[in-house]
Every structure is written in structure tokens, then in C-alpha cells.
Design a protein around this ligand. Structure first.
Ligand SMILES: Cc1cc2nc3c(=O)[nH]c(=O)nc-3n(C[C@H](O)[C@H](O)[C@H](O)COP(=O)(O)O)c2cc1C
Length: 398
């Protein structure tokens, strides 16, 4: 057990994370007709083996119309359970908690992959269900002038969608995931209901703030009916969206969600317009941490901080300050899938290799014990040791 908070375990309901490090959901744009590929196994697997406490698989769509790109993962049918189980099983085998994010892209569905150009996809004959893949949203309001207007959902369709999220949660459980996150951020369907910019409905899902929150609250209730009581439920919110929604509303919503069985708010921002709240401000380390701090204090709920958290001691300070309970490391863990082990070494944590599999942890630990420290400050000493023990001894260590 380490006294560094980042490496201290945390229990949420019946599930224990071995440390506070979370791999946030990150689309891979690599599914085939919604099914995961070997890429997904490799991707999630390397993060789990790298020592993270929780690995959350990317936004996986609760219905076909909700797919953002041709490469989105799906969970809208029972046929997805077995292929997804392979990911969950492998993550668990590495002693990480297996999580998955459920999502629906709403009016931002049917888009290009980011590296193929921003914005909506052009009609192509390669997509055999183009017309069935019509973007839907609370109101027929386009995301921006670059995007086509979506079709507004009928009231009954909204109710059907609530149940689709519930069924998706049931499948995630059946596939062996132990943590679930609902994607309520970044200008996708749930966020579109929350924002008065995109929601101008006149039924009980639009108008007042309480009405605009209704969809997410009903989704959380439906999910909780199908998601075991012992397993944690996260919701990702754009706590601030630069279009009328801010920390006060988010904290109010978080407090309601807590009463519906939500355990953690994953605090992100932006996405409802093309202008994220961070634009126009200085983008810096920890830029979303104040949002996690605000929600944590005002809604009395666990929060996860995310966004340009890159260094171990930076993450530790957020925890020590009591600004968040969990730390998500996104792009930096793409750079270094062994980030948790690397941070443990750099911070001098006890047993820096204890969270990684023996296939490499054993050998790194042996090398470390022999004085060939991996800490940056010890490499000069290590070089001297190598020279002293001579050629043969050095070879044994390699
Ligand atoms: C390649 C990529 C894919 C992403 N996909 C998702 C996603 O599926 N769901 C989501 O909520 N956020 C997604 N995000 C946002 C990340 O989860 C994270 O919030 C963001 O990258 C900021 O954290 P960072 O600075 O540590 O990277 C994605 C980010 C990247 C870089």
C-alpha cells in the first residue's frame, strides 16, 4: 500500500479499483458494422496491462442511428455481447476494472473520422443503410451551418430511446463489464436534450430546465434497472458548454442523478457548438479540474477530472487538493500506455511494478533490484555498476 493517493485503491459500490488512474473513453473509429476488432483488444489490453485502475471502452452506441462514424462500436443488439465480452475479459485478466461508455451521437451522427476531415459524411454507396442512418435529435436544429438539420424525435421515440439505453446497460453487464459510463457530454444526444440551444421541444422533454434534464434522468433510471446494484455508474457531463449551460446546472443535475444511483460525474466540457468553452481562454494543464472540483463540492458526489493531466505529480496534487476522486489520462496514455507504471517509478511509489503483469513486471523488478534503476536520477550510477560487475554479469541482467 502506498501513501501516494494516486496509487491507493478505491471502492465504488462492490467494485474496487487498484488505483485512481482511469483511461477515459476514446473512440478508435475501427469497428466493423459496430463489431469490435483485434484493434480494440490490443488497444484496451495495453492500457489494462500498463497498470490503470479502470479502462473505459469508447462510446459504444445504443442504437444504429446514433453511430458517429462508420467505425463506431455498437451495443444495440444482443449479437454484440459475445464480441464485447472478449474485451471485458482481457481487461479483467490484467486486474483492471473493465468499463464501457454508452453513447448516442444525436445530430452529430454520420460524420467523417476526424483524420478524414471534420464534419458530416458525404453520401456514399458503400454504406448500405444510409437512409436508416438518419441523424435524430431533440429538435430539427443543425449543429452548425456545416451540418445538415437532424430529424426531431417524436415523443414516443424519446421514450423508446430511454429503453434502448436500459437494454444497452443489460448487454454491457452480460458482456462482463463492471463499470458503466453514460455519455452526456460533448454535444451528443444527451447533451442536446440538456441545452436550450439544441432543445426547443414543446413536450415534457423540452422547455424548462427540469424538462430538459428529464431525458438523462430517465435514462439513468432505466440503466439502473438493468445494471446491477453492486456495479458503479458514471455520467460524463459537459459541466460548462459555452452556450448557456454551466457548473451550477451541472451540480444541480448531478445531485439529482445521485439519487437515481449515479456514483461518479466525469467532468468534461464543450461540444454543443463548434466553439468549446476552453477556446478563447488559455488552454493549460488541468483546464477542466475546476469543474470537477465545483461539482464535487456542490453536489456531494465523486468526480473524475480529465483534460491535459499529463504528469503523475500533477495528478497527485489534484487528489491531495480534494478536487476530484479519480484521474483520467487520455491522450498522454496514448503516448505511453505504461503511464501508471512510469508515474509510479517517477514518484518513487512502493512496488512500482506490482500493477503490471509478470511477463514484463518481473523482469523490470529484477533489473531494478540489481541497481539498474529506472528512475532518471539513477542511470549514471547504474552505468557504473554495469562496468564494475564486468561483462558476463551484465549479460545476465539483460
Ligand atoms: C482519440 C480520442 C477519442 C475520444 N473519444 C471519446 C469518446 O468516445 N467518449 C468521450 O466521452 N470522450 C472521448 N474523447 C475525449 C477524451 O475522453 C478526453 O476527455 C480528452 O481527450 C481530454 O483528456 P486528455 O487531455 O487527457 O486527452 C476522445 C479523445 C480522443 C483523443
Amino acid at each position: 500500500m502506498s501513501d501516494i493517493q494516486l496509487f491507493s485503491p478505491v471502492s465504488i459500490r462492490d467494485v474496487t479499483l487498484r488505483n485512481r488512474i482511469v483511461v477515459p473513453p476514446m473512440h478508435q473509429y475501427s469497428a466493423v458494422k459496430g463489431f469490435p476488432t483485434d484493434w480494440h483488444l490490443m488497444n484496451a489490453g495495453k492500457f489494462a496491462a500498463g497498470g490503470a485502475g479502470l479502462v473505459i471502452v469508447e462510446s459504444t452506441k445504443v442504437e444504429r442511428r446514433g453511430c458517429g462514424t462508420v467505425g463506431d462500436l455498437g451495443i444495440w443488439d444482443d449479437c454484440f455481447i459475445e464480441p464485447l465480452r472478449r474485451l471485458a475479459t482481457f481487461i479483467r485478466q490484467q486486474n483492471a476494472v473493465a468499463g464501457i461508455q454508452l453513447g448516442h451521437s444525436g445530430r452529430k451522427a454520420r460524420a467523417n473520422r476526424p483524420w478524414e476531415g471534420d464534419g458530416p459524411l458525404q453520401r456514399t454507396t458503400e454504406i448500405d443503410d444510409w437512409d436508416a442512418w438518419t441523424p435524430v435529435a431533440p429538435s430539427a436544429i443543425a449543429h452548425s451551418e456545416k451540418w445538415p438539420a437532424p430529424r426531431a424525435l417524436e415523443t414516443q421515440e424519446v421514450k423508446d430511446l430511454v429503453e434502448a439505453w436500459g437494454q444497452a446497460a443489460r448487454r454491457a453487464d452480460a458482456a462482463g463489464f463492471d463499470a458503466l459510463e453514460l455519455h452526456g457530454a460533448h454535444g451528443y444526444l444527451v447533451h442536446e436534450f440538456l441545452s436550450e440551444r439544441s432543445n426547443q421541444r414543446t413536450d415534457s422533454y423540452g422547455g424548462s430546465e427540469a424538462n430538459r434534464m428529464r431525458f438523462l434522468i430517465e435514462v439513468a433510471e432505466a440503466v439502473r434497472q438493468h445494471w446491477p446494484a453492486g456495479k458503479p455508474l458514471f455520467v460524463r457531463l459537459s459541466v460548462e458548454d459555452n452556450a448557456g449551460w454551466g457548473p451550477e446546472q451541472s451540480a444541480k443535475l448531478a445531485a439529482i442523478l445521485k439519487t437515481r444511483g449515479v456514483d461518479v460525474i466525469d467532468c468534461s466540457s464543450g461540444g454543443i457548438t463548434d466553439v468549446a468553452p476552453i477556446l478563447g481562454k488559455e488552454i493549460k494543464y488541468n483546464y477542466q479540474v475546476p469543474l470537477a472540483d465545483y461539482v464535487r463540492r456542490h453536489a456531494d458526489i465523486m468526480t473524475m477530472a480529465v483534460g491535459l493531466i499529463i504528469h503523475g505529480d500533477q495528478a497527485e496534487q489534484i487528489l491531495q487538493n480534494g478536487q476530484a476522486d479519480l484521474i483520467a489520462v487520455g491522450r498522454e496514455i496514448l503516448n505511453n500506455p505504461n503511464w501508471p507504471m512510469d508515474a509510479a517509478l517517477k514518484m518513487g511509489a512502493d512496488g512500482p511494478f506490482r500493477n503490471v503483469p509478470p511477463q514484463f513486471g518481473y523482469w523490470l523488478g529484477t533489473r531494478d533490484k540489481r541497481g539498474f534503476g529506472t528512475k532518471p536520477s539513477t542511470w549514471q550510477v547504474g552505468l557504473d555498476v554495469g562496468m564494475d560487475v564486468g561483462h558476463e554479469e551484465t549479460r545476465k541482467l539483460l
